[in-house]
Design a protein around this ligand. Structure first.
Ligand SMILES: Cc1cc2nc3c(=O)[nH]c(=O)nc-3n(C[C@H](O)[C@H](O)[C@H](O)COP(=O)(O)O)c2cc1C
Length: 311
């Protein structure tokens, strides 16, 4: 039986719906030692910023039950070095490359996106408006992320939309009361797709030291612990907007990935699982294929809740 795994998200043609989640795959070089990167549906880069960043001080990683906390703080080489040193490698792989970007002010966002203009090999830009380790700098909401404020979300997406012709994926934070309000603001601002969720804000305490574990005190929780939250949010947003969704949060297996697609995602991203098993993405793709064949589903795009038999 022929199974079609191809998906098209906002004009990004992917041969399967599985990509890596930003920040957990760096720029791909290390993972190329474990599997042929051509197998990826798409590669999402670590978030880059206008200027290089060293990130937060250690400790900035902590394992928790069924997950991990991180407060990396967007360590990255900056856009200039990215284009010079990372992009040639990424371009050669021959798969869609999605460049994740972040800024602290509207001007920084647009300046950064302008640097990517006309760069060969980029298929789309993901706006990371939801990094828990980086706050926006504006008069209105000094201590929040862009994605915690519907007006700020709309403004940044609209501004960037005017600056670039690349498809725009907007990445949302789960650290909000009603994620559908933010998703609608992103859509209104001109987003072509939405990815969700970024990490859930958390904290760990060291009882012996009587101090927070992370130097930054709080960090982002990821891994299986957040999967039910992510599934719920994908479901809610899929019922609130028309643009396609990329679902993520605790995907460890093909079953997890398929659950996200049933909940309303058109594609999925795998993050924390890469740290446990660097070959997990090609394994998930193979298992998805097997599920489709076993259940006589010829096209992955037809996978919807209520239409597929139980595995
Ligand atoms: C160590 C680490 C670094 C991350 N860095 C980024 C980043 O640079 N940009 C971003 O948009 N998300 C970043 N994330 C969030 C992931 O892309 C993803 O949204 C989140 O971890 C949930 O997926 P997961 O449970 O499969 O890891 C990072 C996550 C981890 C664990």
């Amino acid at each position: 039986m022929n199974t079609n795994l191809e998906v098209n998200i906002a004009g990004i043609k992917m041969k399967n719906p599985v990509m890596c989640a930003s920040g957990t795959f760096n720029f791909g070089e290390e993972y190329g030692k474990f599997f042929d990167l051509k197998k990826l549906g798409a590669l999402v880069t670590k978030t880059i910023t206008l200027k290089s960043r060293e990130g937060n001080l250690p400790p900035r990683i902590y394992e928790t039950p069924s997950g991990m906390l991180n407060s990396i703080g967007l360590q990255n080489p900056g856009v200039e070095m990215f284009l010079k040193e990372k992009m040639p490698f990424l371009r050669k792989i021959g798969i869609p490359v999605i460049v994740s970007v972040a800024g602290e002010t509207l001007d920084e966002w647009t300046a950064l996106v302008r640097e990517l203009k006309g760069v060969r090999g980029i298929s789309a830009i993901e706006l990371n408006i939801s990094c828990p380790n980086m706050k926006m700098r504006s008069g209105r909401a000094r201590s929040t992320m862009f994605s915690q404020d519907a007006d700020a979300t709309f403004e940044v997406v609209r501004k960037v939309r005017k600056t670039t012709n690349f498809p725009l994926i907007v990445k949302l934070s789960p650290n909000v009361t009603d994620i559908t309000v933010i998703a609608k603001a992103a859509q209104k601002g001109g987003a072509d797709a939405i990815s969700l969720i970024n990490t859930v804000l958390g904290m760990a305490v060291n009882l012996e030291k009587r101090a927070p574990v992370l130097d930054a005190i709080t960090g982002g929780l990821s891994g299986p612990a957040i999967k039910p939250i992510a599934l719920r949010m994908v479901w809610e947003v899929s019922n609130a907007v028309k643009i396609p969704l990329i679902g993520m949060g605790g995907i460890m297996t093909a079953r997890d990935a398929l659950e996200f697609m049933l909940a309303g995602a058109s594609a999925v991203a795998v993050g924390t699982a890469n740290f446990i098993n660097p070959r997990v993405i090609p394994q998930i793709i193979e298992e998805i294929k097997k599920y489709l064949v076993k259940n006589k589903i010829s096209n992955i795009n037809s996978l919807k809740i209520g239409t597929a038999p139980i595995l």
